[in-house]
Each structure stands twice: as structure tokens, then as C-alpha cells.
Design a protein around this ligand. Structure first.
Ligand code: SF4
Length: 328
């Protein structure tokens, strides 16, 4: 019998979504014995998704470096000497060429990131043309451009944008240690504008940035208490970039990372949980545990904006060994 002939979805109906997760409840999930936590996460995963499928996205930096924000983990912030040069917005032709290549390599969604505090209206015209062009190739589109006003979100929707990425990064309490140039409330406001415009939300965070488990609990509780769960929840592991304030941060323990993925899966059962930055330094075994804990999306391609990502060959070999196939 082939993998596709299997019927992996559980016969039991999926539990209703909850938006009232308390920190105590989220903390109790983190505290579960690891096998129990992973079993629960995999059970929830099967109620909602085919556990043999992984959604594949490709991320392209369409405007690199020179960002006025001071996110302490970021290679593109103009506040730090990281060796990343500020570049202009890419041309439409170059972006569409990259999107075609990503599609040929199996990506179903093309994500475009620009290192801006928020887009200028003139820049938004160019990004809207990119969204229209990528859509015309038959791919889903996602952009991350910083803070958005209500009318800007509406314009992106009219261009056909499917997803907008804007991460909460960490807990509300720890946020000020990581970014001082905009507030947690600013982020929530952008998410509201995106939601109101009818664009799917991609929103998650980063672990290993010096936060405590209480902060990881606070981040997941905040995400899981949004009025609508983000359709896509990226869980990133810090990529330590020389020149940034977090360059020497100790690496987060892999089992704690898997726990974070599992708790995201349980509390946001119908969201696609993406294993994002940090896969490059993760063992195949740690990635396999993340898939078992309910992660079902990855970024494909050798670069994540400016930092390294596993090669397509390594990803393909891992997916083959695990019997995973791309979600279409
Ligand atoms: S994470 Fe985004 S907003 Fe923050 S410094 Fe980097 S590019 Fe700018």
C-alpha cells in the first residue's frame, strides 16, 4: 500500500477551537512528560491534518538590510554591524523569476520579505504588482513588510494577497528587551488591520532569544487567545548573527524547542505550524521530533532572508526518509 492510500485522519471529530487559553493551562502542557505531550500533540494533529503532509513555502528577501527597527536578533537592522548591505527593492522581473524557480522546486507558497518599518505607498505599488505576478503563476502569496495601516492592508488584499506575516516574537513582558522601536500593541494593531482586510495571518515567534519558559508560555497563550488563530504559526529558533546583541546567546535545548512546537499544535489545532528559522543547525532527529509534535510546514531553499537554511537536497532526503510529502 502506498503512503497516499493510507487514511491517516482520525475518525473522531476535531475538538472545538478555544480562544481562552490561560497561562496556567499552557504552562501545564509545557510541564507534561515529553512522551505524553508529543502523543497529545500528534493526536490533535491527526484530527485536523494529514500527518504525512508538509506545506512548503519559499522565502525571498525582496528588500534587504538598512531597517530602522532594532530587533535584537536581526541581521538587517541598521542598528547593528552585521555585514548585511542595504539594498534597493528588487525588480518585478527578478522576483517573478525566483517565484518560477520556487514553484518548479515544489513550493506552493511564495513569501516575500522587505526590511521596512512600514511600507511607503510608492513601494506598496511595486509589492502589489509582485503579488499579482506571483498569483498569476498559480502560487499562494505571503508578504512581510512591517507595520501596515488599514488602507495598506486593504490594498494588498485587492492585489490578491493570501497571507501577511507579522510575528509577535515573544511574550508581552519580554518584548521590550528585544525591540524598543515599536511596541507589542503596534504589532497587535497591524494584525487587526490584516484580519479586517480578510487576509490570512501568519504570526508566531522566536525561541532562544534569552527568554524564559514563562515567556514562551506567554507568547503561545497570546497567540492562542487571538480572536481568530493565525492560519500559519511560524516557530523560529534564533539564528545567532555576529554583530547583533544576541550573537552569543546560548542555543536553546532542542527538547524545549520541540515542546514549544507541541504546545502550539495543541492550542492552535487548525493552524499550520511552521518550522522556520534555525532548521539549518537542527539535527534531522530534532526536526523529525518537531514533525511528530505537529509541525507541518517548512521553508524550502538555501537562504532565509539573509541567513542559511538547509539545501533542497537535504530537505528532500529528510522528507523521503520520514515518508513525508508536500501538501498541495
Ligand atoms: S526583524 Fe524585520 S523589522 Fe526587525 S530589524 Fe529585522 S527587518 Fe527590521
Amino acid at each position: 500500500m502506498s503512503m497516499t492510500e493510507l487514511q491517516p485522519r482520525a475518525a473522531v471529530p476535531a475538538a472545538p477551537l478555544r480562544h481562552d487559553w490561560t497561562r496556567a493551562e499552557v504552562g501545564a502542557l509545557f510541564d507534561l512528560p515529553f512522551p505524553e505531550l508529543v502523543f497529545r500533540a500528534q493526536s490533535v494533529h491527526r484530527e485536523n491534518f494529514n500527518p504525512s503532509e508538509v506545506q512548503i513555502s519559499t522565502l525571498l528577501s525582496i528588500k534587504t538590510g538598512g531597517c530602522p527597527e532594532d530587533c535584537a536578533y536581526c541581521s538587517q537592522s541598521a542598528h547593528y554591524e552585521t555585514g548585511v548591505r542595504a539594498e534597493k527593492l528588487m525588480s518585478l522581473d527578478v522576483v517573478l523569476g525566483q517565484a518560477r524557480a520556487a514553484k518548479a522546486a515544489g513550493a506552493s507558497r511564495f513569501c516575500m520579505g522587505a526590511a521596512w518599518r512600514s511600507p511607503k505607498d510608492r513601494d506598496l505599488d511595486s509589492v502589489c504588482a509582485m503579488v499579482e505576478g506571483v498569483k498569476a503563476l498559480g502560487m499562494e502569496t505571503c508578504v512581510t513588510l512591517g507595520m501596515l495601516s488599514r488602507p495598506q492592508a486593504q490594498r494588498l488584499k485587492e492585489a490578491g494577497l493570501d497571507y501577511y506575516n507579522h510575528n509577535l516574537d515573544t511574550s508581552p513582558e519580554y518584548y521590550g528587551q528585544i525591540i524598543t522601536t515599536r511596541t507589542y500593541e503596534d504589532r497587535l494593531e497591524t494584525l487587526e488591520h490584516v484580519r479586517e482586510a480578510g487576509i490570512n495571518v501568519c504570526c508566531g515567534g522566536i525561541v532562544g532569544i534569552g527568554e524564559t519558559r514563562a515567556d514562551r508560555i506567554g507568547m503561545i497563550a497570546t497567540l492562542a487567545s487571538l480572536p481568530v488563530h493565525p492560519e500559519s504559526v511560524p516557530i523560529n529558533m534564533l539564528m545567532r548573527v555576529a554583530g547583533t546583541p544576541l550573537a552569543d546567546e546560548p542555543v536553546i535545548e532542542p527538547i524545549e524547542f520541540v515542546r514549544t512546537v507541541a504546545v502550539a499544535r495543541i492550542t492552535m489545532p487548525r493552524s499550520v505550524v511552521r518550522l522556520s528559522a534555525g532548521r539549518e543547525s537542527m539535527s534531522d532527529e530534532a526536526q523529525a521530533l518537531c514533525f511528530l509534535a505537529g509541525a507541518n510546514s517548512i521553508f524550502h531553499g538555501p537562504k532565509l532572508l539573509t541567513t542559511p537554511n538547509p539545501t533542497r537536497d537535504r530537505d528532500q532526503a529528510l522528507m523521503d526518509r520520514l515518508g513525508l510529502s508536500p501538501m498541495v
